[in-house]
Write a protein that binds this ligand. Structure first.
Ligand SMILES: *[C@@H]1O[C@H](CO)[C@@H](O)[C@H](O)[C@H]1NC(C)=O
Ligand SMILES: *[C@@H]1O[C@H](CO)[C@@H](O)[C@H](O)[C@H]1NC(C)=O
Ligand SMILES: *[C@@H]1O[C@H](CO)[C@@H](O)[C@H](O)[C@H]1NC(C)=O
Ligand SMILES: *[C@@H]1O[C@H](CO)[C@@H](O)[C@H](O)[C@H]1NC(C)=O
Ligand SMILES: *[C@@H]1O[C@H](CO)[C@@H](O)[C@H](O)[C@H]1NC(C)=O
Ligand SMILES: *[C@@H]1O[C@H](CO)[C@@H](O)[C@H](O)[C@H]1NC(C)=O
Ligand SMILES: *[C@@H]1O[C@H](CO)[C@@H](O)[C@H](O)[C@H]1NC(C)=O
Length: 497
């Protein structure tokens, strides 16, 4: 009885665990990864944690220098800002254990050097250059949802799945940094199994002549093309929605949007109001684009829809309105009219990082050997785990890096919306897709093969109007040609030897 009372009294009066979370970062609007753009993600999470975890007392500080304009400049100051502050807190003898939870732009590698040396838990939210060498990054955890590690696989696996062995790749150099990155990675990755023809242009310098592009696309023969075949019918377009519109207008005019040709668009994330890949932009071409969108496969790099995140729509909507309220009420975030559309993936990742930290701390407190200042041990408690947070499911791999959520959609003409048919399914670093629903493509349930039905020139025999020549004779003629080529190449082979 006595024991019972004392323990419960102890429990009631037990001092909560005091922890200090520090968020160093850039301010302003030069990127979406600044404190000003992600701050409400931290703030809303903190409000929640303070009510849910009464046994942990969270303190939180931002570290910044308002005069630093961009990521590039911030790199030079990041370590100084963090270490100066750390030693002002008393360094290793700070009154509370300290954890770094930060968006991160170009500087996370530099924070990591300090975090590793200080044995301090270090969570990044919006960058993913986490080192896979745990001797270099023993305390580093990442909740960014962008598929940095899998940029090539996202498309390569899609091509392999469809047996597309030749792909026309078009890059707009004046678009967001993701596109050149994908282009370069794919160019290296594809050579053996998928042939590509690569085109780059600068939409800011000069307009691409899409008519000429499509003409070439439909007539070009890949270098190693099999005899009589030219095999480009799949185009990966790495550029913004407005440029895709121009491409599709030309394609529609050429009759290339009837299901034989596939245009693949890479969509960063399906939430933005600017540069959305929505058919409707309220101009005279909307209906043409809506029809042409049926010829497009949309690869969404960060699926932060409720199903992509494994949360309910109501749950996500509630968070979004809390983030919006925070932006509107706090001048520090400088986005009080919400003119800069909040970046949902980043806010969600910040929220998730804070909740995961709280969850791990709370569990650890049940362990008598728990040392809240041992960042290495704390970081190990995150590895290989799945966290269901209020802003989405976070699956961490054995390096502490988040497994991304990529989805691929076709366009549902009835609803005018995207319909996800496959989703990324990554296990042990192996990137695959899992089916969600069967694909619907025009009236069928499969995507077209590499070659259009009537050939690239529309000149396949079965599509030609009947003329004097009998199909049989033509085939016989072709047979002779094939034999001649084979014999020819054998002879050439002998000669070379
Ligand atoms: C902030 O950055 C500016 C420009 O880099 C620098 O001159 C200034 O000393 C910094 N302020 C602090 C408090 O570090
Ligand atoms: C790709 O080729 C394999 C083997 O030839 C075949 O089994 C599979 O059905 C093909 N897939 C598609 C989508 O055409
Ligand atoms: C915190 O941990 C305790 C004991 O392990 C557990 O009973 C409790 O549900 C946890 N709290 C939350 C909010 O998860
Ligand atoms: C995570 O899983 C991998 C393989 O699945 C295993 O080798 C590794 O030891 C695990 N790490 C932890 C910390 O559990
Ligand atoms: C389009 O969406 C509607 C409404 O959700 C659905 O009934 C229909 O089957 C979808 N069509 C295709 C082709 O997916
Ligand atoms: C993901 O892949 C694994 C095996 O690679 C499979 O067991 C699992 O069912 C897949 N998940 C989904 C959602 O399809
Ligand atoms: C697709 O089906 C609709 C109605 O079911 C029909 O009107 C249309 O001609 C079909 N299109 C093609 C390309 O077969």
């Amino acid at each position: 009885m006595w024991l019972c009372c004392t323990t419960s009294l102890l429990c009631l009066t037990a001092k909560p665990l005091d922890v200090l979370i520090v968020t160093p970062g850039l301010t302003g609007f030069s990127t979406t990864t600044t404190i000003t753009q992600t701050g409400p993600g931290f703030e809303v999470a903190l409000h929640r944690l303070k009510t849910v975890y009464t046994n942990i007392a969270f303190s939180h500080v931002y570290l910044y220098n308002l005069s630093i304009p961009d990521c590039g400049t911030f790199v030079y100051d990041a370590q100084y800002i963090l270490s100066k502050w750390f030693y002002e807190q008393g360094g290793d003898r700070s009154p509370m254990p300290i954890y770094i939870v930060t968006p991160g732009c170009l500087e996370p590698g530099l924070y990591n050097q300090l975090a590793a040396a200080w044995n301090m838990l270090f969570i990044t939210v919006t960058t993913s250059d986490l080192s896979r060498d745990k001797s270099i990054s023993p305390t580093w955890i990442n909740t960014n949802i962008f598929p940095t590690m899998f940029l090539g696989d996202v498309f390569y696996r899609l091509f392999l799945m469809q047996n597309w062995t030749s792909v026309y790749m078009v890059l707009d150099l004046d678009s967001e940094p993701m596109y050149p990155l994908v282009f370069r990675v794919l160019d290296k990755l594809l050579r053996s199994k998928v042939q590509t023809f690569n085109i780059q242009y600068s939409s800011e310098k000069e307009d691409l002549d899409f008519k000429v592009l499509l003409e070439r696309f439909a007539t070009q023969r890949p270098r190693l093309a099999a005899f009589l075949y030219n095999i480009y019918s799949v185009m990966l377009f790495l550029g913004p929605a407005a440029q895709l519109r121009l491409l599709l207008l030309s394609a529609a005019a050429r009759g290339h949007t009837t299901g034989e040709y596939v245009f693949i668009a890479a969509v960063p994330v399906l939430y933005k109001a600017q540069d959305t890949f929505m058919w409707q932009t309220f101009d005279q071409n909307d209906e043409i684009i809506r029809a042409a969108y049926r010829s497009v496969i949309f690869v969404t790099m960060m699926d932060v829809s409720p199903s992509g995140l494994h949360v309910t729509e109501a749950q996500l909507d509630e968070l979004k309105s809390k983030w919006a309220a925070e932006f509107k009420s706090n001048p520090f975030y400088g986005n009080q009219d919400l003119k800069n559309e909040p970046s949902i993936p980043h806010l969600a990742s910040a929220n998730a990082a804070m909740e995961m930290l709280a969850q791990v701390l709370n569990e650890s407190m049940a362990d008598p050997d728990f040392d809240p200042r041992n960042g290495r041990a704390l970081a190990r408690r995150f590895l290989n785990r799945t966290f269901d947070t209020s802003s989405g499911r976070v699956i961490l791999d054995r390096f502490g890096d988040r497994t991304p959520s990529v989805s691929v959609s076709y366009f549902n003409d009835t609803t005018g919306d995207f319909q996800v048919y496959i989703r990324s399914n990554i296990t042990n670093g192996d990137y695959r897709y899992s089916a969600v629903t069967p694909v619907s493509w025009f009236n069928g349930s499969y995507l077209p093969p590499n070659e259009p039905m009537c050939g690239y020139m529309g000149d396949k025999l079965e599509c030609l109007p009947h003329t004097g020549i009998q199909t049989k004779e033509l085939f016989a003629g072709m047979g002779v040609a094939v034999v001649a080529v084979i014999v020819g190449s054998i002879c050439l082979g002998c000669l070379i030897r």
